[in-house]
Design a binder for this molecule. Structure first.
Ligand SMILES: C[S@@+](CC[C@H](N)C(=O)[O-])C[C@H]1O[C@@H](n2cnc3c(N)ncnc32)[C@H](O)[C@@H]1O
Length: 293
């Protein structure tokens, strides 16, 4: 990847994988990347729901917005490796629930939809539904969401992560996200279960980290927890990830995930104020041993 003059490049001292944060419009900057040079894209574009971002105006006519989605998806296709993955996180609102479906449809002729993952932000589990193994004595209600005061809508505790690939046939590392069997007799009974680990499936409970002050700790209206991109890259395969990209990088949650996984990363973000925070977060994650440039 060719470095640009105003890139901020951070790495663990020595020869740690570079984390590059680039300020600008991804429509222009994606065109500069080499074809087939990116292994995993994990990103969450604006949803056009009128969210108040610093620079970006989130209120385009729906048609223009969807055309823009299609246009940058075409660019992603060009730079995605043959066996690469695009994990596209999109949510809607109860009043405008079609957004994720319409966004995903824009990619229909561009890439293959290989998996649909449900990012569950909050869930309630009744003792009677889990059997004795979990020893639940009362309803477990965990995670965070924005409560909706409405006589007709449910609280929205979920978003989509659409997994697109070029062929729809890219092998993934299911057991990298594996969970132990509840019933251990299954390990012996099922030939495929060589060890006490099974695919967790496509419902991922990933709560937001608890914060004390939004203005100080998360000065952005629409972030995802770093564990979400971390899980996506682990599913694709950490070893196979020579470059991870987030073209809508915001506060750098995916950059933090890249540091944790030790994979090279490029983040693109329109708003310099968000990039500044992303740089600080990456520095914090790298700890004392970071070096710049
Ligand atoms: C949903 S947020 C992403 C938040 C990010 N996942 C995080 O956890 O911090 C979308 C981001 O895209 C940025 N953005 C909008 N248009 C852009 C463009 N053309 N190029 C690059 N970034 C853009 C916005 O400023 C916003 O920060």
């Amino acid at each position: 990847m060719t470095e640009r003059e105003d890139d901020v490049v951070l790495r663990r001292r020595g020869d740690g994988p570079p984390v590059t944060l680039r300020t600008g419009d991804c429509m222009e900057l994606l065109a500069e990347l080499e074809p087939a040079s990116v292994d995993v894209v994990v990103t969450s574009p604006p949803y056009n729901l009128g969210i108040r971002y610093g620079r970006y105006d989130d209120r385009a006519p729906r048609e223009d917005y969807l055309a823009w989605i299609g246009a940058w998806a075409e660019r992603i296709r060009e730079i995605l490796a043959e066996d690469g993955s695009l994990f596209l996180n999109v949510g809607g609102t109860p009043a405008d629930p079609w957004v994720p479906f319409e966004v995903a449809s824009q990619l229909r002729d561009v890439l293959e939809l290989q998996n649909v993952i449900h990012w569950v932000k909050s869930i309630a589990i009744e003792p009677g539904d889990v059997g004795n193994a979990a020893s639940l004595e009362r309803t477990l209600a965990v995670g965070h969401y924005k409560p909706i005061n409405s006589p007709r809508f449910l609280n929205d505790c979920h978003e989509f992560v659409f997994h697109f690939t070029r062929s729809g046939k890219v092998p993934v590392d299911r057991l990298a996200l594996g969970v132990p069997y509840q019933d251990k007799s299954n390990v012996a009974r099922w030939k495929a279960a060589k060890r006490d680990l099974r695919c967790r499936g496509n419902c991922w409970f990933v709560p937001y980290e608890t914060i004390q002050s939004r203005a100080k700790e998360r000065p952005h209206p629409a972030t995802f927890p770093s564990r979400l991109p971390e899980m996506a890259v682990r599913l694709h395969g950490v070893e196979r990830t020579r470059l991870m990209l987030d073209p809508f990088c915001g506060l750098g949650s995916s950059a933090v995930a890249a540091v944790r996984l030790g994979v090279p990363f490029l983040g693109i973000e329109l708003d310099p104020a968000y990039v500044e925070v992303a740089v600080e977060r990456v520095r914090g994650e790298l700890g004392e041993l970071f070096c710049e440039g």
